[in-house]
Design a binder for this molecule. Structure first.
Ligand code: ARG
Length: 465
């Protein structure tokens, strides 16, 4: 931060004493809100343009302001601005810089606006820009899931409930389950974008402005769908940021679940998949180690997103209308959630298409857990047995297989027939892993044929987002 420019307080008129130095630092937001600088400049460009159109600002002042703002944007881009804590926040810092550059015209820019509508506008624009970035990363990740699923539509693995082997599924089907979670997250991002895309500008401090402003025009210039309909609401609510943090938390929870599966699957005990070396690190003491750092870190980072959502909700809770200084606290959790989400999506989008399943290992695991027991019960039901009785019979078969240390498909036909006389040699068709997955051949089922169709549909749904 630069030294305090002396005598530059923009609201000091009614004050006899200057602000306590610590209070100045304590109340300043510039250490973090300088990240809104480009959005603040865009807002100012729209505001000045509109003020000139309605005759509140002269053409020459407007031209000077727009030229100055363009120079300022370039300086921000090059990181060439000395931010001052004495100027409190990004809005006053930029106005000060502009006025230093162009003189009195700079002082006219704040006509018919307040930092209250300014900051609400900036944060909306900033969030919108970053929703667009998050959307492009999540789409890349969704695409990666589709590719992986298509490549491995036939690979069979155990499906789990309670993390106990349940029924065989295909790896492609599992990866498309990830796709579905992400697809919903992407639509939630879009919903959030739609709802936030209204312009607070012109709400001024809280009650609107006595100048003949055109709020529809500034909304249009900034790419908003409309101006916010109520000036008090426009400057006070941060529900759009809460909503973003909620979407981010949900998506991070999804990524944490994918992460957890990858951590389990890459362990020596499972050995279901390999991650490319470039997404892992080794141990400084144990030479054999290859740690799944990216999934672990993303799993850990999901905690931040949940914490940030809580912070945002608590920040807003019980605030009376309209603007309160509390709202300055919206930025750090929001920025952190945005960064956490975008970086995690990016790491996953880079990694997921390069996951390689170990089909032999998955098959061996599926063979171990009597994954086709339900298939045997269904077979017996088709011979006329009520499901409850079939369940009991198969329980006996599993007990025998456990005792003999073999899979159900490895029991002899004599043994199976001794368990139930209706069993015929064609039972082996359903006891095989392939027979089991192929039989679940309906919309949303795990059969390889369905997985390929689902991947095709997923491509189209993702493209239509
Ligand atoms: N830095 C403030 C914020 O982040 C800007 C608005 C301040 N408005 C005010 N009247 N103090 O919310």
């Amino acid at each position: 931060m630069a030294d305090t420019p002396s005598g530059t307080s923009m609201w000091g008129g009614r004050f006899a004493d200057s602000t306590d130095e610590f209070v100045q630092q304590f109340t300043a937001s510039i250490p973090f809100d300088h990240r809104l600088a480009q959005q603040d400049i865009r807002g100012s460009i729209a505001h000045a343009t509109m003020l000139a159109e309605v005759g509140v600002l002269s053409e020459s002042d407007k031209d000077a302001i727009l030229e100055g703002l363009a120079r300022l944007a370039a300086k921000v881009e090059q990181n060439d601005i000395q931010w001052s804590v004495a100027l409190e926040d990004v809005h006053m810092n930029l106005e000060y810089q502009l006025t230093q550059d162009i003189g009195d015209a700079g002082k006219r820019l704040h006509t018919a606006r307040s930092r209250n509508d300014q900051v609400a506008t900036d944060v909306r624009l900033w969030t919108r820009d970053h929703i667009d970035l998050a959307l492009s990363e999540i789409k890349r990740l969704m695409q990666g899931c589709i590719e992986l699923a298509e490549q491995h539509a036939d690979v069979i693995m155990p499906g789990f409930t309670h993390l106990q082997t349940a029924q065989p599924v295909t790896f492609g089907h599992h990866v498309l389950a990830w796709f579905e979670m992400l697809y919903r997250d992407a639509t939630r991002l879009q919903d959030c974008r739609r709802r936030l895309n209204q312009s607070p500008l012109g709400a001024a401090a809280l009650a609107g402005s006595p100048y003949p402003i055109n709020r529809h025009r500034t909304a249009e210039l900034l790419g908003f769908d409309a101006p916010c309909a109520n000036s008090l609401d426009a400057v006070s609510d941060r529900d759009f940021a809460i909503e973003f943090c909620s979407v981010a938390a949900t998506c991070m929870v999804h990524l944490s679940r994918m992460s957890e599966e990858l951590v389990i699957w890459t362990s020596a005990q499972f050995g279901f998949v390999n991650l490319p070396d470039r997404f892992c690190t080794g141990s400084s003491i144990m030479p054999q180690k290859k740690n799944p750092d990216v999934p672990e870190l993303v799993r850990g980072k999901s905690g931040r997103a949940l914490g940030n959502l809580n912070a945002m909700l608590m920040l807003m809770k019980s605030q009376p209308l309209a603007y309160n200084k509390d709202n300055q606290e919206d930025k750090e959790p929001l920025f952190d959630s945005v960064e956490t989400l975008i970086n995690s999506l990016r790491a996953f989008a880079d990694m997921v298409p390069h996951i390689t399943p170990n089909a032999d290992q998955m098959r061996a695991a599926a063979m171990k857990g009597y994954a086709t027991a339900t298939d045997l019960a269904d077979y017996l039901v088709r011979t006329g047995l009520p499901f409850r009785e079939a369940h009991e019979v198969v329980g006996n078969a599993v007990a025998i297989a456990v005792k003999e240390g073999v899979d159900l498909s490895e029991l002899s036909i004599e043994t199976l027939q001794s368990i139930h006389s209706a069993i015929q040699p064609d039972v082996y068709d359903v006891l095989s892993l392939e027979g089991s997955v192929n039989s679940r051949d309906h919309f949303g089922g795990t059969a390889p044929n369905q997985v390929r169709q689902a991947a095709e549909a997923a491509k189209q749904r993702a493209a239509a987002l």
